[in-house]
Design a protein around this ligand. Structure first.
Ligand code: KG4
Ligand code: ZN
Length: 349
């Protein structure tokens, strides 16, 4: 694939799968704008994302976010040649808002519409700016909603090797952060505190060590942390800063050891792998990056992650890039009437 082929169309991409209203303008693998309006503050008081509130806020914001994305890209709406939109996985009412807007634009402008799998967006986010990434790939997609291990022999044929059976890794970080009184979503803050803690202070179990498969589970680890916090609070009203840091470090150590275990097993199963891709919100974590780099090196594999943390967390530029990857491979435009949300969309096993 060449970085930007002359025939690559100007794409307006939309993602409203969760609590970020995002619109991007892309051409090929180039990002002309990537505008994100986050609802995090509005959901924080509920301690998690409220789907109907997310949909209402997307509806309120989407028009303005489109205008900003076009302005930042220095592009007029009439120049847009393709509309791409996330159709799953995600929160059904939230997805619906973006899809409705994308259909309206495609009809008004009389241009093709493409539905994009949000997880294919996370995967192809590493191709931004025309970076070449060698196939075959093993990919770990780690976010607040998903933990997936993928075999990617080709960008357009992705096999799901394993996924979380309960909480996603980012979700577990956010829940433990909440238990420690670090606010929502506290994954990043928790990891920063962990840097100052001792990971050997508490012996939390590494999940599914002998499961024999490539799936993940975080609810047992999360409960072990909850029990430890309750135990400490039996003797004192609140946790000391040192205890918070030590719990954070011990939790992070077990949580990432679990990711490493499964990636390592997959690397042994797929020795032909050339590149290990780490993407999704948790890919912004520098500690995880360095641990996986070490693992990848020991297998003679290159570790690749998105070039900025903005491209790790939910954003529409990755949706534009994913659409281009599929268009270049010959994907047909959607029937506008038929495109519908698939909130539990998954790659084939
Ligand atoms: O990809 P994303 O924006 O949303 C989903 O599709 O879920 O990922 C957000 C998740 C949140 O759980 C957040 O706490 C986590 O990614 N996250 C991090 C870091 N930055 C974001 N977790 C650990 N360390 C970080 N630096
Ligand atoms: Zn995501």
């Amino acid at each position: 694939m060449s970085p930007t082929t002359p025939q690559a169309p100007l794409i307006l991409a939309i993602d409203t799968s969760c609590d970020e209203t995002s619109v991007a303008v892309t051409r090929g693998f180039n990002i002309l704008s990537n505008t994100i309006s986050s609802q995090v503050r509005q959901h924080a008081k509920f301690g998690g994302v409220v789907p109907m509130l997310a949909a209402r806020l997307h509806e309120e914001k989407i028009g303005a976010v489109i205008e900003i994305a076009l302005r930042q890209a220095k592009v007029d709406l009439s120049q847009i040649e393709v509309v791409a939109v996330t159709y799953g996985p995600g929160l059904a009412p939230a997805l619906q808002t973006g899809i409705a807007k994308a259909k309206q634009l495609a009809r008004e402008l009389d241009i093709p519409l493409y539905g994009v799998n949000h997880m294919h967006g996370h995967l192809t986010s590493v191709l931004a700016k025309g970076r070449s990434v060698e196939l075959p790939i093993l990919a770990l997609l780690a976010s607040g909603g998903h933990t997936e291990l993928l075999a990617v022999p080709d960008w357009n044929s992705v096999q799901l090797l394993g996924e979380t059976l309960d909480d996603a890794v980012g979700e577990a970080f956010d829940k433990v952060a909440k238990m420690l009184g670090l606010g929502y979503p506290g994954g990043k803050v928790l990891s920063a505190l962990a840097d100052a803690g001792n990971e050997h202070s508490y012996m939390f179990p590494i999940p599914m060590k002998n499961s024999g498969d490539l799936n993940f589970s975080y609810s047992g680890l999360k409960n072990a942390v909850r029990l430890q916090i309750e135990k400490l609070k039996n003797n004192q009203p609140y946790l000391s800063q040192q205890e918070i840091q030590d719990i954070a470090a011990s939790f992070r150590s077990a949580a990432f050891a679990h990711l490493r275990d499964k990636v390592s097993k997959a690397l042994f199963t797929f020795p032909e792998t050339k590149t290990l891709v780490l993407a999704g919100g948790v890919a912004a974590n520098t500690f995880l990056r360095s641990q996986l780099r070490h693992l990848a090196n020991s297998h003679g594999v290159k570790l690749v992650f998105p070039t900025s943390s903005k491209l790790c967390t939910d954003n529409a530029a990755m949706i534009g890039i994913s659409a281009w990857v599929e268009i270049e491979a010959g994907k047909k435009r959607e029937n506008i009437e038929k495109l519908d949300r698939v909130s539990n969309l998954r790659f084939a096993e």
